[in-house]
Design a protein around this ligand. Structure first.
Ligand code: ADP
Ligand code: ADP
Length: 229
């Protein structure tokens, strides 16, 4: 499951000032769509609309054919996982941070959830161990480690739709490459929307849309867009 469709979506934070001027795209279940474009184009707004943080003023948004305006906030949250740009960790154990949302999750529960979500190997590769207190290590936790904890926390919910919001932008290039490899593996089985600044980070996407000032100005695969440059 997890097919996402935006059909002629119009939206403005202020109804007097429209930000998205009729945006349409479809992501088949299991495929990856990348949204690129300059700052202010409306990329993050698309992600927020998918979460229904805001109501749209025209068009429709659906997941697996269900209009999201008729879906409860709770089931939307179960359907969509987000890997945020900046990860804020709780001053607690890695296990607590990963299990956040499942109050008091124990290690065996986390492991069962990890197996169910097919990310057990990934979780086990976290360098910290479940019982390490994040706060004790403090600044020693590298950007890449934090990002992996963030990814694990999101994936434990096993959401059919994944939203990656510039997930690797704050990392050094070696760590960025590592995380991208992890994300590529993980996103292969899920519908994924990647919000990215740079074309070079979304080479593998099934489709790339280029957004500019709230309009899709180009779409295609990476090779098509690079040729057009
Ligand atoms: P990088 O090389 O760092 O990956 P690019 O120079 O390819 O980044 O892209 C920089 C900006 O230009 C991005 O915002 C991207 O959306 C835009 N861009 C790049 N190629 C195209 C294209 N073919 N059509 C429209 N916009 C493009
Ligand atoms: P991007 O993610 O491509 O950088 P955004 O979706 O964040 O772009 O922003 C698109 C436009 O919406 C910009 O003009 C921005 O100033 C405006 N915008 C973003 N968030 C808000 C908000 N909460 N209230 C009002 N305007 C906003």
């Amino acid at each position: 499951g997890g097919a996402v469709r935006f059909n002629a979506v119009r939206f403005g934070y202020d109804p007097e000032r429209e930000i998205l001027h009729g945006v349409s795209f479809a992501v088949p279940a299991g495929k990856t769509l990348a949204i690129v474009g300059p700052s202010g184009a409306g990329k993050s707004t698309i992600a927020r609309i998918l979460f229904r943080f805001y109501d749209i003023q025209g068009g429709t948004v659906s997941i697996d054919g269900h209009d999201i305006s008729a879906v409860t906030q709770q089931s939307l949250r179960a359907a969509i996982g987000i890997v945020p740009q900046d990860m804020v960790l709780f001053n607690d154990t890695v296990g607590y941070n990963i299990g956040y949302g499942r109050e008091g999750a124990r290690q065996d529960e986390i492991e069962a959830a990890a197996k169910a979500a097919s990310i057990h190997d990934f979780i086990m590769s976290l360098p910290q161990g479940y019982d390490t207190r994040v706060g004790e290590r403090g600044l020693k936790l590298s950007g890449g480690e934090k990002q992996r904890v963030a990814i694990a926390r999101t994936l434990l919910k096993d959401p059919p739709v994944l939203v990656l919001d510039e997930a690797t932008s704050a990392l050094d290039s070696r760590t960025e490459t590592e995380i991208q490899t992890v994300l590529r593996d993980i996103s292969r089985k899920r519908t994924t929307l990647v919000v990215a600044h740079r074309l070079s980070t979304v080479v593998d996407a099934d489709e790339i849309i280029v957004l500019d000032a709230g309009r899709i100005v180009e779409r295609g695969r990476h090779a098509d867009l690079v040729r057009a440059d």
